[in-house]
Design a protein around this ligand. Structure first.
Ligand code: MV4
Length: 515
């Protein structure tokens, strides 16, 4: 029946890995569309490969030789006769050339047009679009800060501190705060060369600093017939080094100022209309406590945190993406959208919060996954699999829904306690602490929260040497039964193997990883 309704793509290639590849494969299966996974050397036995209908090897472990290779992805798509490619997030998802090359090869890119990606990819161009659409932007200028006299004049007018941002940047890369005029000239020089190295574009521009802002983003969706709807906000203020840690809907700020949802939603849609946007997108804003909000940037992809919006709206955003890409109209209008209850997501990673969140790849010796009322786990791993060191350390996303924020948090806490991962360091215990924090419970969130949390928290006592030895022995034995026995000792996942890998992580660094 579904086949008759949705015959457009016989097969879809998923140009990604991990939990998001699994998420897309699940949507495809529900729609009776065959899935084609791709994998690198390190991912031969990965969960997404096991779950797909077909799979194709695309190269060695480094993503530059596999998941980022447009030629190999298109070759795989042709070989498997895929009519469309879903890029997931990260990797090639916001690469306009990839979108163009897909279309030239007669393969549908499941995302916005290459033109939209290009126009919104430049932060200064996007600022101009926002301004023209009457959307508030942070005070500043789009002109490149190359002329030092003009830069000085502008910064003086805005008032220090100011922020230098790379025009081609995004996600916090290449940002520099300047507190005084005496630092401006050298800061511009440093920021420009950093931007040149990172983005092959040295252009930087100036904004006034918004102190302790909230990061609130609006999910938008458009079809190829000019219809647009916003799906509300996600509060993403809990970040560390521009990596989100917790996301939720409603935003506690929006819950306290309900008119903000529609105001920000309408502003986001004015930007979407201005560029003829279609498929899913996210418009990011900074917000202060007075209810002011300022446009930041647009993400032209499916986002990691999309399940939060799925929980409260009851929609399947990946299915929606597929239908829009196939030319279907949005099956709803703005008044049809309702937000029910409260959802919260924790990004479960193989990393060590007690050691600057250092990635901790290695074999998952034991895995006990949570479930039950209001719980959704989007995982990309299984017991016995080895988490590779080459990619982002995200293992899974744990999402909780409840009738209100407190219920959602209680469910999350319960699920975090059910969850057990042994063999790799992980941030489960860290989330238990964050969710118990009084300031978090009160919803007083801003982008400094995680840093301040670390300053006020009393660090967990280090595990006793005996316990560490016991766990290391179990790890060395690589025996599931023993690992299970050790799980009863407590939530200790420190193993010899993990620390042995740390040096390689140190050498290779985390930069250039997926997100
Ligand atoms: C800002 C800002 C304060 N003032 N712009 C960081 C990521 C990039 N998308 C923009 N970012 C910021 N831009 C002005 N004018 C503070 C940040 C920022 C931030 C924003 C969202 C979430 C977390 C953040 C952490 C540090 C800084």
């Amino acid at each position: 029946m579904e086949e008759a309704l949705f015959p457009k793509f016989g097969k879809v290639l998923v140009a990604n890995r991990g939990e998001i590849a699994v998420r897309v494969i699940r949507a495809l299966r529900e729609m009776n569309i065959r899935s084609v996974a791709v994998f690198s050397d390190a991912d031969r036995a990965a969960l997404h490969v096991r779950m797909a209908d077909e799979a194709e090897h695309i190269g060695p472990s480094p993503s530059s030789e596999s998941y980022l290779r447009i030629d190999r992805l298109l070759e795989a798509a042709k070989k498997h006769q895929a009519g469309a490619i879903h890029p997931g997030y990260g990797f090639l998802s916001e690469n306009a050339d990839f979108a163009t090359e897909c279309e030239s090869a007669g393969i549908v890119f499941i995302g916005p047009s290459a033109d939209s990606i290009r126009r919104l990819g430049s932060k200064t161009a996007a600022r101009l679009v926002a301004k023209a659409a009457d959307v508030p932007v942070v005070p500043g200028s789009e002109e490149p800060a190359t002329n030092i006299d003009r830069a000085r004049k502008l910064a003086r007018k805005l008032g220090y501190p100011v922020l230098l941002k790379a025009a081609a940047g995004g996600g916090g890369k290449g940002m520099r705060r300047v507190d005084a005029e005496s630092d401006l000239e050298s800061a511009i020089r440093d920021a420009s060369s950093e931007a040149q190295r990172a983005f092959h574009n040295s252009e930087v521009y100036i904004e006034k600093v918004i102190e302790k802002p909230r990061h609130i983003e609006i999910q938008i969706v458009g079809d190829r017939h000019g219809n647009f709807v916003h799906l509300g906000e996600r509060e993403c203020s809990l970040q560390r080094r521009h990596q989100k840690i917790v996301e939720e809907c409603p935003s506690p700020l929006v819950a306290a100022n309900p008119e903000m949802r529609n105001a920000m939603g309408e502003a986001a849609l004015r930007i979407a209309r201005a560029v003829g946007y279609y498929n899913l997108g996210t418009v990011e804003f900074l917000a202060d406590n007075q209810g002011h909000f300022y446009f930041l940037e647009v993400n032209t992809r499916l986002q990691v945190e999309h399940p939060v919006t799925e929980f409260v709206t009851g929609l399947d955003l990946v299915q929606l993406q597929l239908r829009i890409a196939a030319g279907e109209r949005l099956p709803f209008t703005q008044p049809d959208i309702a937000w029910r209850g409260s959802a919260i997501e924790c990004r479960i990673c193989a990393e060590d919060p007690e050691n600057q969140f250092f990635p901790s790849p290695g074999k998952i010796l034991h895995l006990q996954e949570p479930s039950g009322p209001g719980i959704r786990l989007d995982s990309g791993v299984y017991q016995g699999w080895t988490v590779p060191l080459e990619y982002d350390p995200l293992l899974a996303k744990l999402v909780a829904w409840g009738a209100d924020r407190n219920t959602a948090i209680q469910r999350m806490q319960r699920a975090l306690r059910e969850y057990s991962i042994l063999g790799v360091e992980n941030n489960l215990a860290f989330f238990r602490e964050i969710l118990d924090d009084p300031q978090f419970r009160e919803g007083r969130l801003d982008t400094n929260f995680v840093g301040e949390f670390f300053l006020r928290r009393t660090p967990a006592p280090p595990p006793s040497p005996d316990l560490e030895m016991a766990v290391a022995l179990v790890a060395a034995a690589h025996c599931d039964a023993q690992a299970k026995a050790c799980a009863t000792i407590g939530q200790v996942s420190r193993v010899a193997q993990a620390s042995a890998c740390a040096s390689r992580w140190l050498i290779e660094g985390r930069d250039g990883l997926q997100r």
